[in-house]
Ligand binder design. Structure first.
Ligand SMILES: *[C@@H]1O[C@H](CO)[C@@H](O)[C@H](O)[C@H]1NC(C)=O
Ligand SMILES: *[C@@H]1O[C@H](CO)[C@@H](O)[C@H](O)[C@H]1NC(C)=O
Ligand SMILES: *[C@@H]1O[C@H](CO)[C@@H](O)[C@H](O)[C@H]1NC(C)=O
Ligand SMILES: *[C@@H]1O[C@H](CO)[C@@H](O)[C@H](O)[C@H]1NC(C)=O
Ligand SMILES: *[C@@H]1O[C@H](CO)[C@@H](O)[C@H](O)[C@H]1NC(C)=O
Ligand SMILES: *[C@@H]1O[C@H](CO)[C@@H](O)[C@H](O)[C@H]1NC(C)=O
Ligand SMILES: [Ca+2]
Length: 425
C-alpha cells in the first residue's frame, strides 16, 4: 500500500505537482461531438484544447444523463452501480456533485439548461434563423444527415438492418418535424456560444487569482445527442457514435500544449484521473483507469485499452400514451409524430474496438435478440449493419468479449487482457 502511494508520488513529481493542485471539471449536458457540437466552442478550443490535450476518442459508457454522470463520479460501468432500471444512486444534481467532490478540490458545475431557455439574446441570430432550405447552416451535422434521410438506398438499409425503434421511425420525417429539429439544432449551437463565454470567464478568473498555472481543467459532456439522424427526432440513448462520443479537452500543469491523443478514454476514467492528480490511489472498486500518465507525451501508451463496453438499460412507460395509441405501452420519448426514442427493450450492450480494427458489436435484450455490427473503418456513419455478412467467427469472438466486459468489476476491468489484434480481419 505504502509502496503504491510512493510510486504515485513519483509519477506526480514527474509532472511537477508535488504541491496541491486545483481541478476544474466542466461538464456540459447532452453535447455531441460527432455532429459538430464543438464548432461553436472557439474560445474553449483555444483556451483548453490548444493549451493541452484534445482526446479524439472519448466516450460515455452509457448515453443517458443520470447513469452517465454516476459513471463519471463513481468510475464504474453501469452494471456495477445501477439497480436494474436507471434510477440509481442519484448523483445528477449539482448539490450531490458538490457533496461528493473533495472539499479541497476546486469544482465548478456549469449547466446549460437546455436550448429552449438558455442562450444569450445576443446570439439569437447566429447560425441563421429560418427553417430547412433557408440560411441555417450546420456543417457536418444536420445538412449531412439530412441528405442521408432522403437517400432511398439508406432508407432501405435502415428498414431491414437496424433495431426495431429505428424501424418504427417515420421516414422521411414530416416537414414540420424537420423544421422543429432544424431549429433545435440551431438553438443548441446558440446555447453553446453562451457556454463558450462561461468557459472563458472561468479561465480569466483563474488567471486573475493567479491559479491558472496551478489548475487542471477538464472539459467534457455526459453523452452525445442526435437531431433527426436515421429519422430519429431528438434524444440520446442510442448506440451510435453521435450519442456515445463526447468532447474531452484537458489542460494543466505539466501537460504539453497542442497534443492530440487517440487512445479511447471513457467517462469512467475521469474519477480515477482526478484522484490520481489529487495524489490518491485509484480505488479498488473503480472500473476506469487514470489517464494522467497518457497525457505525459513521453510515456509509453502501448498498455492502454483498445476496446471497451457501452451499455444501456431502456426505459418505457407502463401505460399507452393516449396521444400515441398505436405505439403501445413499454415505450417512451415519443415526440414529435409519435416516433419513440426509447423502450424497455431498447436495452443493449456493445463492444467497441479502436485499434487495428474499428468495430462495434451490439446485442439487444429484445424479442429478436437483435444484433448490430459496424465496421467504422469502411462505414464511419454506421449505415450498414454487417451482422449477417461478416465472418461468423468474428461474431463469436466479439460475443465472448462482450460477456467478459459485461461481468468485469474493479481491478478486473482495468487489467483485462487487451484484444487489439483478435478482431483484426
Ligand atoms: C425503478 O425506478 C423507480 C423510480 O423511478 C423505483 O421506484 C423502482 O423501485 C425502480 N425499479 C426497479 C426494479 O429497480
Ligand atoms: C416538404 O418540403 C419539401 C422540400 O421543401 C417540399 O418539396 C414538399 O412539398 C413539402 N411537403 C409538404 C407536405 O409540405
Ligand atoms: C505560476 O505562476 C507564478 C507567477 O505567475 C509563479 O510564481 C509560479 O511558480 C507558477 N507555478 C507553476 C507551477 O508553474
Ligand atoms: C512500450 O511497452 C511495450 C510493452 O509494455 C514494449 O513492448 C514496447 O517496446 C515499448 N515501447 C517503447 C517505445 O518503449
Ligand atoms: C419492444 O417493445 C415494444 C413495446 O412493448 C413492442 O411493441 C415491440 O414489438 C418490442 N420489440 C422487440 C423487437 O422486442
Ligand atoms: C473493415 O473495413 C476495412 C476497410 O475496408 C477492411 O480492411 C477490414 O477488413 C474490415 N473489417 C471487417 C471485420 O470487415
Ligand atoms: Ca445529459
Amino acid at each position: 500500500m505504502k509502496l503504491a502511494a510512493f510510486l504515485l508520488l513519483i509519477v506526480s513529481c514527474r509532472f511537477g505537482h508535488c504541491s496541491r493542485r486545483n481541478i476544474v471539471l466542466i461538464l456540459t449536458d447532452d453535447q455531441d461531438v460527432e455532429l459538430g457540437g464543438m464548432t461553436p466552442m472557439k474560445k474553449t478550443l483555444t483556451l483548453i484544447g490548444d493549451k493541452g490535450v484534445t482526446f479524439t476518442n472519448a466516450f460515455t459508457v452509457t448515453p443517458l444523463c443520470c447513469p452517465s454522470r454516476s459513471a463519471i463520479l463513481t468510475g464504474k460501468y453501469p452494471h456495477n452501480h445501477l439497480v436494474r432500471n436507471n434510477s440509481l444512486d442519484g448523483n445528477c444534481s449539482s448539490a450531490q456533485w458538490q457533496k461528493v467532490m473533495e472539499p479541497q478540490v476546486f469544482s465548478v458545475y456549469l449547466k446549460n439548461q437546455g436550448y429552449q431557455t438558455f442562450y444569450a439574446g445576443k446570439y439569437l441570430n447566429q447560425y441563421g434563423h429560418s427553417t430547412v432550405g433557408g440560411t441555417a447552416h450546420v456543417p457536418m451535422g444536420w445538412d449531412h444527415w439530412h441528405g442521408l434521410v432522403s437517400d432511398e438506398l439508406s432508407l432501405f438499409r435502415w428498414e431491414i438492418d437496424k433495431h426495431w425503434l429505428l424501424r418504427q421511425a417515420r421516414t422521411p420525417m414530416k416537414n414540420t418535424s424537420i423544421a422543429f429539429l432544424d431549429n433545435a439544432f440551431r438553438r443548441r449551437w446558440q446555447t453553446l456560444l453562451s457556454v463558450d463565454d462561461l468557459v472563458e470567464k472561468v479561465i480569466n478568473k483563474l488567471g486573475e487569482v493567479k491559479e491558472l498555472n496551478n489548475t487542471y481543467i477538464f472539459y467534457t459532456s455526459d453523452h452525445g445527442y442526435h437531431t433527426g439522424q436515421f429519422s430519429l427526432p431528438i434524444d440520446k440513448r442510442q448506440l451510435y457514435e453521435f450519442d456515445i462520443r463526447v468532447p474531452l479537452l484537458v489542460r494543466g500543469p505539466g501537460i504539453k500544449p497542442k497534443q492530440t491523443i487517440k487512445e479511447p478514454i471513457l467517462s469512467i476514467d475521469l474519477a480515477p484521473t482526478i484522484l490520481n492528480i489529487a495524489g490518491y490511489d485509484v480505488l479498488e472498486s473503480m472500473d476506469g483507469s487514470s489517464f494522467l500518465p497518457l497525457m505525459d507525451s513521453s510515456q509509453n501508451k502501448t498498455s492502454w485499452r483498445t476496446d471497451f463496453l457501452v451499455e444501456y438499460t431502456g426505459e418505457g412507460e407502463d401505460k399507452t400514451d393516449p396521444v400515441c395509441p398505436n405505439v403501445g405501452p413499454g415505450v417512451a420519448e415519443c415526440f414529435p409524430d409519435c416516433v419513440c426514442e426509447d423502450a424497455f427493450n431498447n436495452t443493449y450492450a456493445c463492444v467497441r474496438t479502436l485499434s487495428k480494427s474499428n468495430l462495434q458489436y451490439c446485442e439487444f435484450a429484445d424479442s429478436e435478440f437483435f444484433v448490430e455490427v459496424y465496421n467504422l473503418t469502411s462505414d464511419p456513419h454506421q449505415l450498414t449493419n454487417i451482422a449477417k455478412t461478416v465472418d461468423p467467427s468474428l461474431l463469436v469472438k466479439m460475443n465472448q468479449r462482450l460477456i467478459k466486459l459485461e461481468s468485469c468489476s474493479g481491478n478486473d476491468c482495468r487489467t483485462i487482457k487487451r484484444e487489439d489484434d483478435g478482431f483484426g480481419s
